[in-house]
Design a protein around this ligand. Structure first.
Ligand code: IP8
Length: 257
């Protein structure tokens, strides 16, 4: 019997120390991910963000707004690609250490974009092939060749959206460093996780949880997630709650239309 599918994105704020201006991993979370993903009941696709691998340098050299022709930016593009690839290697190694086979799919060498929100000819065949070989495809936010602006930053959130539209998985899950979206300031102990969120939630987001980064932070994520809710049960949750999804006990903030 064909297995049901789950697509998971690990946010950069979860797998790295996002407050660091240099690449720095969160080893405890990476170890935990390897252990949680070691299950046999579902086909999985993994996407991850960049956190401190990618965002600081991309911001400094204005990579999100396209090529500026400077030598400095050219070097920074190369370095950003190396950093996100390195993070991908690290995550795959933690998964491999648990006996999970992975197939890394780097957007910078397999995808072209038309602006940061549109992928031209998404290479689904690479994902299908990996799944057929019983490997988990692992893709990530990256710097792509871009038809409109020369280069673009393709967020893992856009990858999540395209993969979800195509595969229509049982669950599409954004795993963050918080157990969902708060109804107020995440630093205020009285704030509670909203069990249901929709596009209106964006209007009332607390500025402390918007988390502006080069790809739009939580606002961009919720926009993608609402679109995804047309195709899959879509959630924002944290690592502690992720295990429950594999027992069909989802928890966190459910995204609805
Ligand atoms: O963290 C960003 O991906 P995201 C990728 O998924 C780069 O938005 C290169 C900053």
């Amino acid at each position: 019997m064909k297995k049901e599918m789950v697509i998971v994105k690990f946010g950069g704020s979860l797998i790295t120390d996002k407050s660091s201006d240099k690449p720095k991993i969160n080893r405890l979370h990476l170890e935990a991910i390897g252990k949680i993903l070691n299950q046999k009941n579902y086909d999985l696709i993994v996407v991850h963000g960049a956190g401190s691998f990618g965002h600081p340098i991309a911001k400094k050299f204005g990579i999100a707004t396209g090529l500026d022709g400077s030598h400095g930016q050219e070097k920074a593009i190369k370095e950003t690609r190396e950093q996100v690839q390195e993070l991908n290697n690290i995550l795959c190694n933690y998964m491999n250490a648990e006996g999970i086979s992975t197939a890394s799919i780097a957007p910078s060498s397999t995808m072209t974009t038309n602006g940061p929100k549109e992928i031209i000819d998404f290479p689904f065949e690479l994902f299908d092939r990996a799944l057929k070989e019983n490997k988990i495809p692992v893709t990530f936010g990256d710097v792509t060749q871009d038809e409109k602006q020369g280069i673009s930053i393709l967020s893992g959130d856009i990858l999540m959206m395209e993969l979800t539209k195509y595969y229509e998985p049982l669950y599409s899950i954004f795993v963050m460093d918080h157990p969902g979206v708060y109804d107020g300031d995440p630093n205020n102990p009285d704030s509670k996780i909203k069990s249901i969120i929709n596009i209106e939630t964006i209007k009332n987001l607390n500025s402390n949880q918007k988390g502006a980064d080069v790809t739009g932070g939580l606002v961009g994520k919720i926009e993608c997630a609402v679109e995804m809710a047309n195709y899959s049960e879509t959630w924002i949750t944290n690592l502690d709650l992720l295990k429950g999804f594999f027992d069909k006990k989802p928890l966190g903030s459910k995204v609805v239309l």
